[in-house]
Design a protein around this ligand. Sequence first.
Ligand code: 13P
Length: 252
Amino acid sequence: MRKPMIAGNWKMNLLYSKVPEYLQTLNRELAANSRIRRDAVDVLLAVPAPFLGLAREYGEKHGILIAAQTIHEKPEGAFTGELSIPMLKDLGLRWTLIGHSERRQYYNETDASVAAKAKACLDQGINPIVCVGETRAEREGGQTEAVLKRQVEAVLRETGAASNFVIAYEPVWAIGTGLTATDEQAQEAHAFIRGILRQKLGGAAEALRILYGGSVKSSNIKGLMKQPDVDGALVGGASLDPVEFARIVDCQ
Ligand code: 13P
């Protein structure tokens, strides 16, 4: 039985000064509305780097996990603007996204660099949420499975038997577009990804969570979560409003 995870990705949005109010509202909404037991679902927020310490202070005491949006694979050095794993751990944090399609698209992250980041995380006790997904052109060209296989296998080759990560399947064409994958498209891709994990990891693949991301809202989360291989969601735009984000947690 996989514990569901509902994760928010703020991307480059909101402000440091809004973090306490956001998290107080989210905590209040979750406490007030939840039909489900709070400990039956992992709730996580990936926030901009300057907000990490403050978000931890206001979030983690209420059981909301706080994550970085990316990390560098090297522990230290002359990498202007980057965030290291020891810095994240020093803040008391244990989670990060890696390989988000926006990082791949705008910052030249590759399968190889994403795999190196995943390995660095796992070696140093950080839980990575590894993002994969095909572009519209790749889907239309019948390349979806080949792309997912290439992206997932690149990581598995680096991390081997220690591959204890969360995967987020985020079709690029569904991100920020309002075009959600249908429940069936999501299930198909998730089942395919789990098949790759199974080939490499055997029974351990059954314990790994695969989140769906791409225009998730409270109005479409239920159908997605009914799919047997959808273990949660990675929510962008709809996570910026704590009331809507709490609804998504509550709806799953
Ligand atoms: P949207 O929910 O805004 O489509 O973004 C999805 C995403 O990229 C989460 O990482």
